[in-house]
Design a protein around this ligand. Structure first.
Ligand code: ATR
Length: 265
């Protein structure tokens, strides 16, 4: 029987995940379907239960349900526990919650963009769910420094304190600099806004990375204007999907071809 997977979100119509997983399944010869399910804002758990009852084997979870998915899981992968959020569910009698976002970011940076993190100075902008999800995988790469900067400085401190291990917190105007890698995990790009950053964080050797994808952002334009190389979050999107696919199917798809075809589209 064909195995069923899905992504749950609200909104969900524009999700690229069905396309990405269909490409992975074709490429690796896996017998599976993957659909997008719009869950009501107050009906995530009910939607998931209905999907499980209908034979669903696993799911991805996107905005705004990642924290609720964390609470819904009956078991958590360690990386999901530290992220405080779940983007991947496995239905195996219970519900295993995992989080592949950080692994996706690190894979995109280190493999696709050839940007190693070991021994380098990394600045992470934002202290919400998106930032928290990537801290541990970034630390695992053993950067020389990881600074978390946020508009609300107290939230940056709270996040840094969760991880210890030499993570420091600051406001946007006191980050110091420069940095080898600057990652924008704020929601500013969604609103078409630029966090009030100092140009001193960039050099011509900096990679500026925006987790958002699909359009040029004020952050990337600002970074480019100060000589940095730039990348959007499309590669992270495909890599987090590949990591979820691996969790479900035990097979690693080739991501480069899928990233290239999404870019071309
Ligand atoms: P997400 O899950 O996307 O991280 P969130 O938990 O609401 O969503 O966090 C949003 C993040 O984007 C926060 O770090 C927020 O800063 P505050 O903690 O100060 O609110 C940041 N953010 C949102 N809009 C921003 C803007 N216009 N400029 C800078 N930071 C912004």
């Amino acid at each position: 029987m064909t195995d069923r997977y899905a992504v749950f979100g609200h909104p969900i119509a524009h999700s690229k995940s069905p396309l990405i997983h269909a490409a992975f399944a074709r490429q690796t010869g896996q017998d599976m379907t993957y659909e997008a399910i719009l869950a009501p804002k107050d009906g995530f758990a009910t939607s998931v239960a209905a999907f499980v009852a209908a034979g669903g084997r696993g799911a991805n979870v996107t905005v705004p349900f990642k924290e609720e998915a964390f609470r819904l899981a009956t078991r958590l992968a360690p990386r999901a526990e530290r992220a405080g959020a779940v983007n991947t569910l496995v239905f195996d009698g219970g519900i295993l919650g995992d989080n592949t976002d950080g692994a996706g970011l690190v894979a995109d940076l280190t493999r696709n963009l050839n940007c190693s993190l070991a021994g380098r100075r990394v600045l992470l902008l934002g202290a919400g769910g998106a930032a928290r999800g990537v801290v541990e995988p970034l630390l695992d790469q053993q950067p020389a420094a990881l600074v978390i900067a946020n508009r609300t400085v107290s939230r940056a401190h709270e996040l840094a304190d969760l991880f210890g291990r030499g993570v420091t917190a600051s406001g946007f105007d006191e980050t110091g600099g420069p940095f080898d890698v600057v990652i924008n995990a704020t929601a500013a790009s969604l609103a078409g806004e630029l966090p009030p950053l100092s140009p001193a964080i960039f050099t011509t050797d900096t990679l500026a990375y925006d987790m958002m994808y699909g359009r040029d952002t004020p952050f990337l334009a600002f970074a480019r204007g100060h000589g940095a190389a730039t990348a959007d979050g499309l590669g992270m999107l495909v890599e987090q999907a590949a990591e979820a696919f691996y969790v479900w199917r035990g097979v690693r798809p080739d991501t480069a071809a899928v990233i290239a075809s999404l870019r071309a589209a």
